[in-house]
Design a protein around this ligand. Structure first.
Ligand code: 5GP
Ligand code: MN
Length: 322
C-alpha cells in the first residue's frame, strides 16, 4: 500500500494541516474529517477543518463537530491541505478561494470520478466511503481507533452505503463496521441520531416533494421548489436522502431530484440501481460527477429546462424518447 505510506510520511513530517471536504456535507465527509482531526490531534499536530457549509443537525452528536469552521483566522499557517471525499478541488465550494493551493495537497477519496489532483493521492473507488480509507490510515499508523473516532467513521460508512444497502457495501465495509462497534459505539444510537431526528417541517417538506412524483419509462422524478421551502418557513432544512425515495418504487431504474437553489440554479441529484446505468457519466455531461449509483450536477436554468436537458440525454443513452 505505497501511497497510504506516502500520506503517513506527510502526516509525520508536518505539523499544520488544513482539512477540507465537499460542500453540502454528508455523513462521510464530516465523519472522515472529524476522525482525521482527532487522530492528528492525538499525534500532537495542529489540524484545522474548513468547510463551506454548516454541519447538518443530524451529525451534531459527533464529538468535535463544532471544530468545523467556515473561515480561516487571519495569519493562519498551514503546510498541508488535505482534501477528503472531494473528487475535484471545485467541490469544496467557496472555501477554496481562502486556501493557498501552492501548499502540499493531499487527496483522499473514493469517488471514481476523482480528477486525481494534488501532490499525494489515495483514491480508492473500491472503498464504500472515505471513512473506510481513514480507518485504514489510522490503523496503519498503529494508533487505536477509540470510541469517538469510531462513531465518526461508522457514521460515514453507514450513510455512504445507504445503511448497508447500496452496491458499494462490501465484506470490508461490514468488517470495518464490526471493528468500529467493538470500539464501544452503539450502532442503534447512531442510526437513531442520523435517521430519526427529522424536524416536523422536514417531514412536511418530504410530503410536498413526494407529491410531485412522476414516472416515465423507468425514470422517476421529484421536485423541490423554492416555494416549498418558503412555505415551511425554516432557514436550514436537511434535504439529504430525498432523492433516494424515488428508487423505492418498483421498476424505477433512474431516480431524479430537481432542487431549486437560492442562487437561481438547479441542483440535480441522480440515482440508479446500477445494472449498467451509470448516473455519474450522466452528471459528468453537465459538469457534475459522483458514483455509478449516486451523482449530482448543477444547471443554470429553470427546473423545466433542466428536466428537458437531463431527460433528453437519458433518452439518447437508453435509446428512446422520454
Ligand atoms: P447528492 O445528489 O446526494 O448531492 O450527491 C450524490 C453523490 O454525487 C455524492 O457522492 C456527491 O459527492 C456527488 N455529487 C453531488 N453533486 C455533485 C457535483 O455537483 N459535482 C460532483 N463532482 N459530484 C457531485
Ligand atoms: Mn463519500
Amino acid at each position: 500500500m505505497k501511497r497510504l505510506k506516502e500520506i503517513i510520511n506527510i502526516l509525520e513530517d508536518n505539523n499544520d494541516f488544513l482539512i477540507l471536504s465537499h460542500k453540502d456535507p454528508d455523513g462521510d465527509s464530516i465523519g472522515s474529517q472529524l476522525a482525521l482531526y482527532s487522530f492528528l490531534k492525538e499525534l500532537g499536530k495542529s489540524p484545522y477543518i474548513l468547510n463551506q457549509d454548516e454541519v447538518p443537525r443530524k451529525y451534531r452528536f459527533l464529538k468535535n463537530y463544532n471544530r468545523i469552521k467556515h473561515n480561516l483566522p487571519g495569519g493562519f499557517r498551514y503546510s498541508v491541505v488535505i482534501f477528503l471525499d472531494s473528487p475535484t478541488i471545485e467541490r469544496v465550494g467557496d472555501v477554496r478561494k481562502l486556501v493557498d493551493l501552492n501548499k502540499l495537497i493531499v487527496n483522499i477519496d473514493h469517488h471514481p470520478s476523482n480528477s486525481y489532483f494534488g501532490n499525494c493521492l489515495f483514491v480508492d473507488p473500491n472503498s464504500s466511503s472515505t471513512a473506510e480509507i481513514i480507518y485504514r490510515l489510522i490503523l496503519e499508523m498503529g494508533i487505536k481507533i477509540g470510541k469517538e473516532r469510531a462513531a465518526s467513521l461508522y457514521a460515514g460508512i453507514l450513510t455512504d452505503t445507504g445503511r448497508f444497502r447500496y452496491p458499494n457495501t462490501t465484506p470490508r465495509s461490514f468488517f470495518i463496521s464490526a471493528e468500529l462497534i467493538k470500539e464501544g459505539i452503539d450502532p442503534s444510537f447512531i442510526a437513531e441520531e442520523v435517521y430519526s431526528k427529522k424536524s416536523p417541517q422536514e417531514l412536511k417538506l418530504l410530503g410536498m416533494v413526494l407529491s410531485t412524483f412522476t414516472i416515465s419509462d423507468g425514470v422517476g422524478i421529484i421536485d423541490l421548489t423554492k416555494e416549498m421551502l418558503q412555505s415551511i418557513e425554516k432557514k436550514s432544512l436537511d434535504t439529504e436522502g430525498l432523492a433516494d425515495y424515488v428508487l423505492t418504487v418498483e421498476g424505477i431504474k433512474i431516480g431524479l431530484l430537481f432542487k431549486e437553489q437560492n442562487d437561481g440554479k438547479v441542483k440535480v441529484s441522480l440515482r440508479s440501481k446500477g445494472n449498467g446505468v451509470n448516473v455519474s457519466d450522466l452528471a459528468a455531461n453537465f459538469g457534475g460527477g459522483g458514483h455509478e449509483t449516486a451523482a449530482g450536477c448543477v444547471l443554470e436554468c429553470s427546473i423545466k429546462e433542466a428536466k428537458n436537458r437531463i431527460l433528453s440525454l437519458i433518452g439518447k443513452r437508453l435509446g428512446r424518447k422520454l
